[in-house]
Design a binder for this molecule. Sequence first.
Ligand SMILES: C[S@@+](CC[C@H](N)C(=O)[O-])C[C@H]1O[C@@H](n2cnc3c(N)ncnc32)[C@H](O)[C@@H]1O
Length: 220
Amino acid sequence: MFNKTLGIDPKLYEYLKLVSVREPSILKELRQETANYPMARMQIAPEQGQLMALLVQLMGAKKTLELGVFRGYSSLAVALALPDEGTVIACDISQEYTTIARHYWDKAKVSHKIDLRIAPALETLDKLIAEGQGNTFDFAFIDADKSNYDNYYEQVLKLVRPGGLIAIDNVLWGGKIVDENIKDNRTQKMRALNEKIYNDSRVNISLIPIADGLTLLLKR
Ligand SMILES: C[S@@+](CC[C@H](N)C(=O)[O-])C[C@H]1O[C@@H](n2cnc3c(N)ncnc32)[C@H](O)[C@@H]1O
């Protein structure tokens, strides 16, 4: 996992941020507070948060889904970009991580847009499908445990509306994706999912080499 764009010359990366990343002060504060926290690398990069916010605004998205909240950076970036009646159903299993997320959502005055579901994300997705919420989400961000990514992809495809957008994080997996010597379960599963999506006629695809790799999918 990388909380900055990988594979780019450091000087060029600083320039990219200098001339393009307009990180809202509340997100900057959360990122700085998380920097010294164990697992800080799990947090998405500021340029990725900004891209997701821009996409949500571009689409006029209102109903969104997030799998993997951690300390709330990506959900906050999206919630800030949503209209006042917009919603993020935010899924995580950790009370500890999400306590700080709640604090920042409150501080940013977007708590009313975020519906936090503490449960394994697959259970929450199954429930949403059972409730008849299939084909109703405009945007979904997949960033929870990698071993379940394929299951998340299939469930999220049911929930997002035709013409809606799915963003899948960490698809370049710190570069391990192309290292033939690395054969652990999570890396193999990420490779398999990337190949499956490439051949999947249910979606249009673009893999953006931002942060740790973000695949964008338009549901046909
Ligand atoms: C990479 S972090 C998410 C980072 C977050 N999007 C951000 O911007 O900071 C992954 C999160 O997935 C959560 N997670 C792990 N297994 C999960 C599961 N089965 N269901 C839901 N969330 C899970 C972890 O608790 C962790 O907070």
